[in-house]
Design a protein around this ligand. Sequence first.
Ligand SMILES: *Cc1c(COP(=O)(O)O)cnc(C)c1O
Ligand SMILES: [Zn+2]
Length: 419
Amino acid sequence: MKFVKSAICIQCGEEHHALPGLTTCRQCGGLLDILYDYPAIAANLSKQDLAARQDNTMWRFREFLPVAEESVAAGLLSSGLKVGGSPLYPAKALGGQLGLSSLFIKDDGLNPTASLKDRASALAVIKAIEAGADTIACSSTGNAASSLAGNAAARGLKTFIFVPSRAPKGKVAQLMMFGAKVISVEGSYEDTFRLSAEAIDRWGWYNRNAAINPYMLEGKKTVALEIAEQLNWQAPDYVAISVGDGCTIAGVWKGFKDLYETGFIDKLPRLISVQAAGCCPINNAVDADSETLVPMEENTLADSIAVGVPRNFLKAVRAIKESKGITVNVSDQEILEAMALLGKTQGVFGEPAGVTGTAGLIKALAEKRIPADATVVSVVTGNGLKDIANAINAAGQPLLLPPDLERLAGEFKNLGWLS
Ligand SMILES: *Cc1c(COP(=O)(O)O)cnc(C)c1O
Ligand SMILES: [Zn+2]
């Protein structure tokens, strides 16, 4: 960990050695943040160095990541799944429809297990190996679990996974396929989290729970590092992100700040924090200018962001405020509409939580909270094939008919499909 200085508590300020098995503050139990030696990074890494690198996975930014030198030397960075390097599409068609001149879609559903969570899990698995663990556990709304199971399987580690029983079948199928021991908990995500914490305590597995483990955010921040490089080191004006636990949005902010501190970019974007109206405790706190969490029920079909008690609450709230960000809450209907619109206009297929950022952007534009000449990146955080039921809800059913050309012609006429 060449450029890591320490892990500092965001609540009491206590500094800790950044050990691989580190979770929360030993003094007060608060969340920890990994601190870097930015001048040293700047002295050792340039834009030209990066441009010359062949590796287009998240590890191309290894100077910004908390990985032990021994792991690098052992070739761990190149031996796992290929995480990161997702495309940043100029979304001309969708931008045109929304009246936005410069819109980009970062499709992180194209990661190996089809969500942005791979960025955290790829790092989690390396930290587990560094901690000498052979078994990793987490609780998840679905994607953290499937990404952990996949990234661990690729390196021969065992996983215990706790998911709420409402997790979509596609995500559970991934878990089973990757050989995880899966516990489907009859209860909310909060219940699931609690059971996993108790089990981790009892059996001593490596803990990949986002927000409890400070390294998860470090992995997720690589999406921001990529966006900045793909935009030729021009930070966008806004980045729209869907928010559940709050680890992703705090990670995005950390990534841009890392680049700002090292002089790779010269301004910071504003965050658009998008939550489901049926479960928006982080946005509520930001709106109330409060750092006190008021838990909510988990009433949304966007299962990946149905988090009533967000574990990364404080980091997320502070990130949104620091960025002078805006909050947007969207209905399930608005999420499904965004899903279909993104698919139709850009050929990008996101799961409900995957497109919630886009849904929020659409709403914020309609309410004129974002100028039409802004450069905006909307991150699609998970692939739509994970949740087919909601995809069909959003896009509808196909035309069903017997193999009869005249019937087909008749239906075409009725539907106006040839005009
Ligand atoms: C986990 C997840 C999010 C939200 O990330 P948090 O760190 O929980 O805020 C958004 N979209 C998808 C698809 C996810 O899996
Ligand atoms: Zn503390």
